[in-house]
Design a protein around this ligand. Structure first.
Ligand SMILES: *Cc1c(COP(=O)(O)O)cnc(C)c1O
Length: 439
């Protein structure tokens, strides 16, 4: 048990900015989880970042494990990305016409990826997924889709749907403003439940356009699925003429250059990207076989467009970032660093007998305050345990470590996290856990 008491950090400036922001934006933010509703205190307004470090408006410094929710796998202010963006800025911000930069990013991606042949750039993960669903419906000429409870796929109407009661049900909207009739086209089932999949496919024979799953579900804890289950999912979709969509907005370029598809050695029918692909700028993408992509306008009759799609500044950031990620051993090194960091925390947790599991894949981790050592489904998460996360979050901020402001969010290690950063963070984590478990 640590005796060191850490006073709360000063949030004066952040508070002032938040009060102002509340006059402009609903809840004072432009994306809900930023509002710190699930943790103590008001949100920190960030002034700048460099490598693995963040500074807020009050001058507090943090080691960052949120990494802008995943995109910053190279850390903040990476010199190569910054220089690429700066040199493009001098040539123009947007043309609404093709540029060679789009070819360059596509070439870098496709020549290093065995799971798709053509790609289309959009401006966010939401847009990528929304377009992938439309493509699946257009290609199969079917309307219904299956999604999994606990997977997040952005905020398009078809996907703001949660499970109703019962093993297999039509979804219920999880947001006001989504028509009930839309939700009825989305069937929601539990992860890691082969029986539920079989039941849906026998109940809705020849009606399911696509099953969408996160490469590794990482938006509601880290719910790692077994290879057997993903293989079964691939097999049952194929047998039913249903497309399998891997939403790799988090896992793409995170688990490896070829993401979860290569991790599981599974060929999905459509893959969606976001987050890392733009090197910190707003970019999304979806990719598939030449045959499927021929359905997209202007080649085919599935319409999809974007004024700022393939934006040259965003493309330059993506090219610079992915160029670094395509170097040999990048992912091997990052996974090794993460493995060492997490296993040392696990050892500490074990020595203290704390009820905490740390789920880990590649450079993604999740602290689950639970006795359950193998959480694979949303309904296995203990919502009451989030109180513990709240305390840990506050204690970590007080010790200069920034985790995402919700216990359902995963953490990320970037290539900019140094051994010294991780040593310091580890000490802060040990002390914070001591506080959590002394309450
Ligand atoms: C973040 C995320 C999205 C949505 O991407 P936005 O860029 O926030 O629209 C979709 N799917 C997954 C798996 C994500 O993690």
């Amino acid at each position: 048990m640590s005796n060191t008491f850490y006073p709360d950090i000063s949030r004066e400036k952040s508070k002032e900015l938040f009060e102002k922001a509340k006059q402009y934006f609903p809840g004072g933010v432009n994306s809900p989880v930023r509002a710190f509703k699930s943790v103590y205190g008001s949100p920190l307004f960030i002034e700048r970042g460099d490598k693995a470090h963040l500074w807020d408006a009050d001058g507090n410094e943090f080691i960052d494990f949120c990494c802008s929710w995943g995109p910053l796998i190279l850390g903040h202010n990476n010199a190569e990305v910054r220089n690429a963006v700066a040199s493009q800025l001098e040539k123009g911000l947007s043309f609404g016409a093709p540029t060679a930069l789009e070819n360059d990013l596509a070439d870098l991606i496709l020549s290093n990826n065995n799971y798709m042949e053509k790609i289309r750039f959009v401006s966010s993960g939401t847009e990528a997924v929304m377009s992938a669903i439309r493509l699946a419906r257009g290609y199969t000429k079917r309307d219904k889709i299956i999604k999994f409870e606990g997977c997040y796929h952005g905020h398009s109407d078809s996907l703001l749907v949660k499970a109703g009661s019962g093993l297999v049900t039509f979804g219920e909207t999880s947001s006001a403003g989504v028509p009930k009739s839309f939700a009825e086209e989305t069937i929601v089932i539990a992860l890691n439940d082969p029986e539920a999949l079989q039941t849906v496919f026998s109940q809705f024979r020849d009606q399911i356009a696509a099953v969408i799953i996160e490469g590794i579900p990482a938006n509601n804890g880290l719910l790692i699925q077994s290879k057997e289950y993903i293989d079964f999912l691939r097999q049952i979709t194929k047998e039913n003429g249903t497309l399998l969509i891997f939403d790799e907005v988090i896992t793409g370029f995170r688990l490896g250059f070829e993401g979860a598809a290569a991790h599981y050695n599974i060929q999905p029918d459509i893959i969606t990207y976001g987050k890392i692909i733009g090197g910190g700028m707003p970019v999304g993408a979806y990719g598939s076989s030449k045959e499927l992509m021929a359905c997209i306008s202007p080649d085919g009759n599935v319409y999809q467009a974007g004024t700022l799609s393939g934006n040259p500044v965003a493309m330059s950031a993506g090219i610079a970032a992915l160029g670094i990620l395509s170097q040999p051993d990048f992912y091997k090194n990052l996974a090794q660093v993460t493995e060492k960091f997490i296993s040392e925390i696990r050892e500490y947790v074990l020595s203290k007998n704390y009820e905490l599991q740390i789920q880990l894949v590649g450079s993604i981790f999740w602290f689950a305050f639970s006795p359950n050592t193998n959480i694979t489904r949303a309904d296995q998460i203990d919502h009451k345990s989030m109180e513990k996360y709240k305390i840990m979050h506050r204690e970590l901020l007080n010790r200069g470590v920034y985790f995402g402001p919700s216990g359902y969010e995963v953490g990320f290690i970037s290539a900019a996290h140094t051994a010294q950063d991780l040593e310091k963070a580890k000490k802060a984590i040990f002390e914070s856990l001591d506080v959590v478990f002394s309450q």
